[in-house]
Design a protein around this ligand. Structure first.
Ligand SMILES: NC(=O)c1ccc[n+]([C@@H]2O[C@H](COP(=O)([O-])OP(=O)(O)OC[C@H]3O[C@@H](n4cnc5c(N)ncnc54)[C@H](OP(=O)(O)O)[C@@H]3O)[C@@H](O)[C@H]2O)c1
Length: 287
């Protein structure tokens, strides 16, 4: 058995595929999900492949569930090697048409949830002087996307949060931080995002924003048809990138998961594609 890993949001998509892939590669996997009734798919794969995966309840918006699950793992393992913050939810709506409850929710799931779980594991990683926190953000955490200001704002926040921790926690305590930055992924995400966003009439943008939204959508669709490289990966492909990052001796601060994602963000990332130069520069001031 290699290291242990706790993963959030394993009921579907990247989280589910990561749980399976890490277990197939001999990690002890703690696959967490907010609703255990959604464990059927994972349970089936565990049985069929005799995998070392334990499923536990964890809602990233509920600190009590986070602490209780982390404590359960620490009691069994004595340490946590890898935290994979994967849980997230899409949201595409104009700021003007979003209410306060929605603003709080998008931020809570996509940003504050990452802060909570990281805060819960850090003391354990610090005391064992080892660990790796891997946060799944998005190309939308580097490049602001139309009609995605709240989701992108939350993902940008995770990028800043992670970059800051890497700047002073990594070296003294041997805790690595990595950001996984996918483009599109063919998962439940889009369906859930539309469900989270559309109004009773099934519209995603209304009033003066509606024509702009429709222009944006048709432009994106026609660009996608012309492009040689697909914007979409499978959840398994993204999980493979995450495994590679976990197994790298000096892991990168940030990694795009596809050529499409790399191209879209290159204006911002080409000076320091994996973020290593930036961390080294900040470290050079004081460490
Ligand atoms: N799909 C894309 O196009 C795309 C692109 C870039 C980045 N991403 C990022 O990739 C990550 C994985 O998304 P995915 O594509 O695999 O989508 P997905 O299939 O919808 O999976 C999202 C997971 O997050 C879970 N989740 C939502 N709210 C939660 C909460 N409060 N507590 C715990 N878990 C919660 C979901 O659980 P439930 O089943 O209970 O809802 C689900 O397991 C996310 O961080 C997402 O932002 C996705």
């Amino acid at each position: 058995m290699k290291k242990n890993i706790i993963i959030t949001g394993t009921s579907s998509g990247v989280g589910l595929e990561s749980a399976i892939l890490f277990a197939k590669n001999n990690y002890k996997v703690y696959a967490t999900m907010r609703n255990l009734e959604k464990a059927e798919t994972l349970n089936k794969v565990i049985k069929e492949n005799n995998l070392s995966i334990e499923i536990l309840q964890l809602d990233v918006t509920d600190n009590t569930s986070i602490i209780s699950t982390i404590n359960t793992i620490i009691e069994k393992e004595g340490k946590i090697d890898i935290l994979l913050n994967n849980a997230g939810a899409g949201f595409a709506k104009t700021l003007e048409q979003t209410n306060q409850e929605e603003i709080d929710w998008v931020t809570d799931v996509n940003y504050t949830g990452v802060v909570r779980t990281t805060k819960a594991v850090l003391p354990h990683m610090r005391s064992s002087k080892s660990g790796h926190v891997i946060n799944v953000t998005s190309i939308g955490g580097i490049v602001g996307q139309p009609f995605n200001e709240l989701y992108c704002g939350a993902k940008f926040a995770v990028e800043g949060f992670t970059e800051s921790l890497a700047s002073y926690v990594s070296k003294p305590f041997n805790i690595h931080f990595s950001l996984i930055e996918p483009g599109g992924i063919a998962t439940e995400f889009m369906t859930s995002a539309v469900k989270n966003t559309q109004n009773k009439e099934g519209e995603l943008a209304t009033g003066e924003y509606a024509p702009i939204f429709h222009k944006y959508l048709s432009g994106a669709q026609s660009r996608a048809k012309k492009e040689d490289v697909s914007p979409y990966q499978t959840g398994k492909e993204v999980a493979e990138v995450i495994l590679k990052v976990a197994e790298t001796e000096k892991p990168p601060l940030r990694v795009r998961t596809s050529d499409w994602a790399e191209n879209l963000s290159s204006l911002k990332t080409q000076m320091d594609p994996d973020g290593t130069k930036l961390v080294d520069q900040v470290n050079s001031y004081f460490l």
